[in-house]
Design a protein around this ligand. Sequence first.
Ligand SMILES: Nc1nc2c(c(=O)[nH]1)N[C@H]1C(S)=C(S)[C@@H](COP(=O)(O)O)O[C@H]1N2
Ligand SMILES: [Mo]
Length: 523
Amino acid sequence: MAERMRWARYAAWAALAGVVSAAVFLAVAELAALVVARESSPILAVGSFVIDVVPQPIKEFAISTFGDQDKLVLLGSLGVAVVIASAIAGVLQLVRPPLGVVALGVAGALSMAAIVTRAGASAWAWLPPVLGAVAGSIVLAVAVRRLRGWRDGRAAGSDSGSEPAAPGPDRRAFLQVLTIAGASALLVGVGARVANVATTSIAAVRRALRLPEPRTRVTVPDGAELDVPGISPLYTPNADFYRVDTALTVPSVDPASWVLRIDGLVDRTVELTFDELVGMGLDEYSITLTCVSNEVGGGLVGTARWLGVPVRDVLALAGPQGDADMVLSRSVDGYTASTPLDALTDAGRDAILAVAMNGEPLPLEHGFPVRMVVPGLYGYVSATKWLTGLTVTTFAADEAYWTPRGYSAKAPIKFSSRMDTPRTGQPVPAGRVPLAGVAWAQTVGIERVEVRIDDEPWQAATLSSPVNDDTWVQWMLEWDATPGNHNVTVRAVNRAGDLQIEERAPIAPDGSTGWQRTLIRVT
Ligand SMILES: Nc1nc2c(c(=O)[nH]1)N[C@H]1C(S)=C(S)[C@@H](COP(=O)(O)O)O[C@H]1N2
Ligand SMILES: [Mo]
């Protein structure tokens, strides 16, 4: 009985030694991460890895159960798992050395695998988990050796099993190792993590970023914005701008280490830093961006003033070769888009690498620090965010992310029009009612917007003064609304004289078509 109690006591000390060793592991890894590779925090890397491998239904369950606390719950569970596993490793080291140290080594190898396989891992990312595992193993081995000395010394020195008069040197050494290692791990680990977050949070980097003044600015003519309540503003505030991407967590890209690689069918491969890019000179462009997934009347379209550099100037540094017809742009998260080479090189088209949106550096979720924006092409074939590479190639040789997933390799924007106000389900009082919205035909421009009430003749709407052909225009029509239900239909004519397509088409494979028809109740 006393024997078993004694065993439990030493096992408990060994478990504590295991937990302290794990704390040393994590603290050393955090410190090393701060110095050599800031993204290689083992806890966060393993957490992200778990998020990536967990099946979608479990993800949805977690989100519906824990709401936006889901990531906190994940990290908490991970912490509990680490404590339990490391306690077991401690006991193992006591009863079957060196199994505890082996367990720590395995944990180090697994976290290293989670770290180096993350998109964007730097060259030294493997080092922090290795250093952490080595330090943790040393602490575990030393501490448990002392613990055994304490246990065996007592077993040998006391035939009755009673307490010796004075604590043995091994007991004192064991407690010292544990206290010092535990306290410094806590201090160093927490300190390093806080310092890491405080100085590398990309949000902080973005806030501190100062871009050079643009050489030119967009001239917004008088009358570019109509004064109608409920109409889309000419420039969509960044906070309201639609967001579409495949990224589960917003990628963190530091402009200080950002490099754009231009390769493929080029005379020379070129690598461009962020400073070199903006050093080419920034100009301001007004461009309306549209998503292929935008349904007729939908909200996946927005306009911004972008600061950027023409893609053709950047490509020219590398010298695209004659047989190329496509540029495969690549994001840090592995996403790719296929853009016809001539859409990027045509002197008449303002395809840009954008670094700012509506007067500030690109918001993180809109591609910080650099994205593409190409007038006249849907976002999925042109507007790559968190851009890291341009490969000059051919449509025959390469395909982009969405191509094998049911969308066309090439996708020019189908020009369209939308009514913003009034909305279905928003009854309006009889009398003068302004009908208003936006229409876009990037690279061509909008000639006319027409509105039809029920089966009455089409009426021409008033247009705002266009900023340029790449920017949507606003339209409005004063309507003498009579009580009852009315159908309002909108269509546009572009500057080439084409009428907006009436026939309905779904978003796949290359964008929706149809005239928006809205039922308005007049009271
Ligand atoms: N890296 C990356 N870039 C991307 C995407 C993506 O999934 N990943 N989606 C594209 C699509 S489909 C569109 S419509 C635009 C949307 O840009 P926004 O989110 O800034 O509005 O980004 C494009 N760029
Ligand atoms: Mo899109």
